[in-house]
Design a binder for this molecule. Structure first.
Ligand SMILES: [Zn+2]
Length: 366
């Protein structure tokens, strides 16, 4: 029998890493160079590179040579936006996630709906967790500022890796065989959005501190909060019910900010763990420990919401006859600007025409 290791990781009889402990995740994967799925070292098994944004998706939106905007505001070429992964796990990821999901995406929103109808949302939820984990692991190699005269600082320097452990457990559940327990599935929302100009076919935004990820591929927008047991989706219901038309790029991003803001306002979030019936990792299950009683939220902080909105929507702010770009950013940062709603909380229509000018509004979910 494989013993449970000192760091509480669990291997089965064949040596497969079933449960990757927080300590192992941080030391071997986040701070080390082990495979982020199986935990094996490059000296033991062959490695190649895994695209952070899958290759099929890059081809689908025809941006293989385009750029992704990083959390530090700089651009990185999609095609070389990769992280190391062992070849076996790379193949496993392609089979479990990329093949069925690319087939669904290839048929647009109706293809995605058919996938969800056929098998539910678990695979997509775990795929979004995989994207979240890959994006943050990539940040280990990306400089905050390429001018290193004042030192080499990486985007990931501020991360507390241990807080990403739950997303890691979700992302590798297909490998570990862990069942997704009750209340483990977080908020997930699929929205059909407008297909705009050709260079607007793809968008991705993560709010690390809110454990949330938004992705848009042509007419498909997917929103995920990983650690809220679905509570934030209920919290943004007042926002959702007022979205009465097709959203443009900025509006779709604002909804992502609303979901993320809801999560950082959650006062009594659930916690998560993994259990197993024996030391071999049999009956492995990711479990949620929901809070007692109803979900509670902190008093609404416009600065906290505005901070998220500014980071997610800042690039959409432009100077107008009424204000400079800096003034617009400041209003956005204090949550006094909205792309979604006017000051009465009414949806700003014509979204598909890409009217990017925000209107002054104090409307917000929380
Ligand atoms: Zn591997």
């Amino acid at each position: 029998m494989m013993p449970i290791t000192t760091d509480k990781s669990i291997y089965d009889k064949t040596g497969r890493l079933r449960f990757c402990s927080i300590d192992k995740f941080v030391s071997d994967i986040c701070e080390g160079d082990h495979c982020f799925i199986c935990g094996r070292h490059p000296s033991k098994v062959p490695f190649n590179r895994e695209h952070v944004i899958p290759n099929w998706l890059l081809r689908n939106v025809n941006i293989h040579s385009g750029n992704i905007q990083l959390p530090n505001g700089r651009l990185h070429r999609y095609g070389s936006y990769t992280i190391p992964c062992c070849t076996e796990c790379n193949t496993g990821l392609a089979e479990h996630f990329e093949k069925p999901i690319s087939e669904a995406f290839g048929k647009g929103f109706s293809g995605l709906s058919a996938l969800v109808e056929r098998e539910g949302t678990e695979r997509l939820f775990q795929w979004m967790a995989l994207l979240f984990v890959k994006m943050h692991l990539k940040d280990k190699t990306l400089l905050q500022n390429p001018d290193t005269r004042l030192g080499r600082f990486y985007i990931s320097d501020g991360y507390d890796w241990s807080t990403f452990h739950h997303m890691h457990c979700l992302a590798r559940a297909h490998y570990s065989g862990a069942k997704i327990g009750k209340y483990v599935h977080g908020s997930m929302l699929f929205v059909e959005v407008g297909e705009n100009s050709e260079d607007e076919f793809f968008d991705i935004a993560t709010v690390s501190s809110a454990y949330s990820l938004y992705i848009r591929v042509k007419d498909i927008a997917i929103y995920t909060v990983f650690d809220d047991s679905g509570i934030c989706l209920e919290a943004v219901e007042p926002v959702l019910s007022r979205i009465t038309g097709v959203m443009n790029s900025a509006q779709a991003r604002e909804l992502a900010a609303e979901l993320a803001a809801a999560n950082i306002h959650l006062k009594n979030p659930p916690s998560f763990g993994t259990r197993s019936s024996n030391a071999d990792g049999d009956d492995l299950e990711i479990i949620a420990l929901p809070p007692e009683g109803n979900a509670e939220f902190f008093a609404k902080s416009n600065n906290a919401i505005g901070h998220i909105k500014r980071s997610v929507l800042g690039s959409f702010c432009q100077a107008t006859a009424d204000h400079t770009r800096e003034e617009a950013l400041e209003l956005l940062g204090s949550n006094e600007y909205s792309f979604l709603f006017n000051s009465e909380g009414v949806f700003v229509t014509g979204g598909d025409k890409e009217d990017l000018q925000p209107v002054r509004s104090e409307w917000s979910a929380i």
